[in-house]
Design a protein around this ligand. Sequence first.
Ligand code: ADP
Length: 248
Amino acid sequence: DVRHGPILYLEDVSVSFDGFRAIDALNLTIDDGELRCIIGPNGAGKTTMMDIITGKTRPDSGKVWFGARHNLLTMNEPEIASLGIGRKFQKPTVFEALTVFENLELAMSADKRILPTLTAGMTPAIRERIGEVLETTGLTGLIHRPAGILSHGQKQWLEIGMLLMQRPRLLLVDEPVAGMTEQEMERTAELLTSLAGKQSVVVVEHDMGFVRSIARKVTVLHQGSVLAEGSMDQISSDPKVVEVYLGA
Ligand code: ADP
């Protein structure tokens, strides 16, 4: 649902590595509050696209805007993150020796390398936010458990929770259900669906069943640009998409 126009806008973005065009005249618009899935074969440019949005990779040409006000090509990675763009990589990186609560508390500090004095400087607002995030992620019952004993799925939800602590406006999520059980995938679908609307969520995912279960709109990347875009039904009956996936 469109609320205030696009939250993310890429126009004619290209980047080459050693003469190879990993991203080739890419156009992408993500509306505020949208949940978008990005699919595409290996090497399609999905990771590079995420790297460009977060400022890790600088494109050779094109425009990348966050909302109407922020030209991301003039900003570095920490500045882009501070706008409220959170990225979750495929492999969970929670602090195993700390409890679920402490992990969430730690996520409040902008720089994860600086350990805040745990609990000492805790304000009621942080406590309240932790409570909300625990509820959203379904981890309330595990609040005092060390993160190291959580299941793979629970670690992934905790890491999403850590990103949510900062109230991001855009979440970029890389292959959230890789290695998950069927049940964990269902929980993850519920979680990501519940986040959309409050923030925009872009999910890169290979599992088509999962994509079908969450996405209203899917973008298919191929050779660094958009091959097709639409509902899962539109995408899966598109001859170009069928060819790319079956011809691979
Ligand atoms: P995907 O995530 O869709 O699998 P990537 O964005 O990882 O695709 O890669 C797109 C293409 O760009 C691939 O052919 C990859 O080998 C190449 N590529 C990505 N990053 C680099 C880099 N830093 N140096 C050289 N080639 C790269």
